[in-house]
Design a protein around this ligand. Sequence first.
Ligand code: FE
Ligand code: FE
Ligand code: FE
Length: 167
Amino acid sequence: MADAKTLNDMFIDMLKDVYYAEKQILRTLPKMAKAAKSQELKAAFEKHRDETEGQIERLAQVFEIAGKAARGKTCDAILGIIEEGKAVMEDYAGSPAMDAGLLAAAQAVEHYEIARYGTLKAWAGQLGLKDAVGLLDQTLTEESKTDEALSKLAAGSVNESAMAKAA
Ligand code: FE
Ligand code: FE
Ligand code: FE
């Protein structure tokens, strides 16, 4: 029988998953910023792109605390969510509804991250990795704030503009 895996193994596996996901997100946000028509939405994507760099750095620190090399492992979930975002960009190119679709795709990303960082923070606590809890909590807060900012943009103007007829 294989060695019994532990919560620590699962914690490292999930760290690798999120590390991979954040790197994919870092590459995708500039494309979404470019595609967005609303200046506010563009700015929100650009701001979060910069935050994502810091989040990757924090994950590297968490790997170090856990005594492991920082390494990514394919996250099928983020690839799927990004694929859906790409479909929006292709299918709604030139449509006033494009921004609403981009915003929805971005919120799917944030919700995935919020789920992951919530779990990682809880597991780090369980494993007694106090400094890791603090780092993971900082990122969790950034993801939640991004999600809230996107909700405000949706309610404020983006969904309204999406109702307009194509020019
Ligand atoms: Fe992130
Ligand atoms: Fe994943
Ligand atoms: Fe995020």
